[in-house]
Design a protein around this ligand. Structure first.
Ligand code: ZN
Length: 455
C-alpha cells in the first residue's frame, strides 16, 4: 500500500491506470454521487476506483464495489479535485512581459504596450511558442480545459487563429481548447469588412464570437448598433458569445445593460459569457438590481478575473488603491446569474504575474471575493461552473464513466488546501500521473532578445 509518506516520485502512484484510491476527500459539489441535501459546500469522504484510466466508481466507501486485486493508493484524507477548467485566458499575449512592460500599470498603459508588441512581434512562430508555453504551465498545474481570447485586429486575426487551430489539435489529448475573437465592437460599425473577416475566421476555426464593448471604459454612442451586428452575426452563423465588458470602476459605464437588452431583443438562444463587469460594483443599488434581473432573463453568465482586477483597477501613481474592481458575484448569483472566476492575462502588460494555476485563482478569489463564510457552492469554481459554460459536461466533475483526470493534494481540509500553494500536487490524466514540472522561463528568452519595443 502506498501512502503520503512515500509520495514524491513517479513510482509512487500505482502505474498502469487501474487502482483504487481510498481515504480520499472530495468537494461534494464536484461529485454527483456524493451530493445530498446536507453536502452542499462540504468536503466529504470518498473512494475512487480507476479502471483502465477511467473512473469506475466515485462515492462513499460503503457503496464501493469489491475491487480486490487492484493496487491501493491511500490518501490519508487528502483532497482530490477534478482537473481544472479555465474559461477566460489570453494565451496569445501571455509571456511577452520580458520584452514589453506596462509603463504605469494601468489598463491604458497595457493597451498601448500590447499594440506595439503585436504589430512588431506576433509572428506565427512567436504566437505558437508562447501559446505552447502557457499550455505547459496550465497542464502541469492540473488544467484539463481552457478557453482563450485571441486578439483579432487587422492582419493578426489570420495569423493567430490558424496557429491556435493547430495547437488545439496537437493538445487535444491533454487540454481541450476553445478560442474567442477579441476586438473592439466599434469596428462592426466603422469597418464592416473587417468584422466580416473576423466572423469568417471564427467560423473557419470553430471559435466563439467575442469583442470588447467599452474599451478603456469608453462606450461609443453606437453601442446598440454594434451589438445588433454582433448578435445578428452570431445568430446567423450559430456562434456563442463571450464579451469583455466594462473593465472600469466608473459605475456610469454600463454597456452590460445594452448587452442584456440586445440578447433579449434578438431572442438569442446561445450561451453568453461576460468578462470583468467591474462597473457593476459601483452602481446605485436600484440600477444594479435592474441590470442583474435583465442578465438573468437574457441567460448571461459573468466571469470575474480577480487577479487582473487587483493589478489594474484604481491604480494611480504613488497612491494606495481603494476600489478593487471585482464584479459582485454573490449578489449576481442571488439574482440567478451564473458566475465564475478565471485567470485572465499572464505575464503580459495587463498582468505582470500569473501562471494559469486555477488553484492560485481560487485561493486569491477566496480572499478577494469572500468565497469562505458563504453557503454558496463556490468549490464549483475549480471547474464545474466553467465547464458548463463551455459545454463540456465531462469536465470539472468527478464521476463514474469519465476519464480519471484528477488533481490530488495532501491537504485534508479547505483551510489546508488554501494555506499552501500545493506545489507537490499530483495530476492524473486518464489515470496516469503526469510530469508536473513547470517549463523554464529561459526557454522563451530567444523570442525576446531582439524584440524589445519602445513605447
Ligand atoms: Zn480578458
Amino acid at each position: 500500500m502506498q501512502d503520503w509518506r512515500s509520495i514524491g516520485s513517479f513510482a509512487d502512484v500505482p502505474a498502469g491506470g487501474s487502482f483504487r484510491i481510498v481515504n480520499a476527500r472530495v468537494p461534494a459539489d464536484l461529485a454527483p454521487a456524493l451530493q445530498s441535501p446536507q453536502s452542499a459546500n462540504k468536503i466529504v469522504d470518498c473512494e475512487i476506483i480507476i479502471h483502465n484510466g477511467k473512473i469506475a466508481f466515485a462515492g462513499p466507501a460503503f457503496d464501493a464495489p469489491e475491487a480486490s486485486g487492484l493496487p491501493v493508493f491511500d490518501l490519508r484524507n487528502g483532497i482530490v479535485l477534478p482537473r481544472f477548467v479555465e474559461v477566460h485566458t489570453h494565451i496569445d499575449k501571455s509571456h511577452i512581459w520580458p520584452r514589453i512592460q506596462n509603463e504605469n500599470g494601468t489598463t491604458v498603459g497595457a493597451r498601448v504596450a500590447i499594440e506595439g508588441d503585436r504589430n512588431r512581434n506576433w509572428t506565427p512562430e512567436d504566437v505558437r511558442e508562447r501559446m505552447e508555453f502557457s499550455l505547459k504551465c496550465a497542464y502541469a498545474h492540473g488544467t484539463g480545459a481552457l478557453r482563450t481570447h485571441i486578439d483579432s485586429y487587422g492582419k493578426q486575426t489570420n495569423i493567430s487563429f490558424p496557429v491556435f487551430s493547430e495547437v488545439r489539435q496537437e493538445w487535444k489529448d491533454r487540454i481541450r481548447l476553445q478560442a474567442v475573437a477579441l476586438f473592439p465592437t466599434q469596428i462592426c460599425v466603422t469597418d464592416e469588412e473587417q468584422f466580416r473577416q473576423i466572423a469568417d475566421a471564427v467560423e473557419k476555426h470553430d471559435g466563439i464570437m467575442g469583442g470588447v464593448t467599452a474599451p478603456g471604459g469608453f462606450m461609443a454612442a453606437t453601442v446598440d448598433l454594434e451589438l445588433d451586428r454582433v448578435f445578428g452575426m452570431a445568430k446567423a452563423r450559430g456562434f456563442e458569445i463571450d464579451f469583455h465588458v466594462d473593465e472600469t470602476i466608473d459605475g456610469s459605464v454600463r454597456s452590460i445593460e445594452h448587452i442584456a437588452d440586445a440578447a433579449i431583443r434578438h431572442k438569442f438562444g446561445g450561451r453568453i459569457l461576460l468578462g470583468h463587469c467591474c462597473s457593476l460594483s459601483y452602481m446605485p443599488e436600484d440600477v444594479f438590481r435592474r441590470i442583474a434581473l435583465k442578465l438573468a432573463e437574457a441567460g448571461c453568465s459573468v466571469v470575474s478575473l480577480p487577479m487582473v482586477n487587483m493589478y489594474l483597477q484604481d491604480r494611480k501613481d504613488g497612491r494606495t488603491p481603494r476600489f478593487r474592481g471585482v464584479a459582485p458575484l454573490h449578489e449576481l448569483e442571488d439574482y440567478g446569474v451564473k458566475v465564475m472566476v478565471s485567470s485572465d492575462n499572464t505575464r503580459d502588460p495587463y498582468h505582470a504575474y500569473g501562471d494559469l494555476d486555477m488553484l492560485e485563482v481560487f485561493r486569491e478569489a477566496t480572499h478577494i471575493l469572500h468565497f469562505d463564510y458563504s453557503d454558496r457552492p463556490w468549490m464549483r469554481q475549480f471547474g464545474a461552473a466553467q465547464a458548463e459554460q463551455m459545454g463540456m459536461v465531462d469536465k470539472g466533475i468527478i464521476s463514474a464513466g469519465l476519464p480519471a483526470d484528477l488533481v490530488i493534494t495532501r491537504a485534508r481540509t479547505f483551510e489546508e488546501l488554501l494555506t499552501r500553494p500545493q506545489s507537490d500536487r499530483i495530476v492524473l490524466v486518464n489515470g496516469l500521473q503526469i510530469d508536473t514540472s513547470l517549463p523554464d522561463f529561459a526557454d522563451l528568452d530567444h523570442l525576446h532578445k531582439h524584440a524589445r519595443v519602445a513605447v
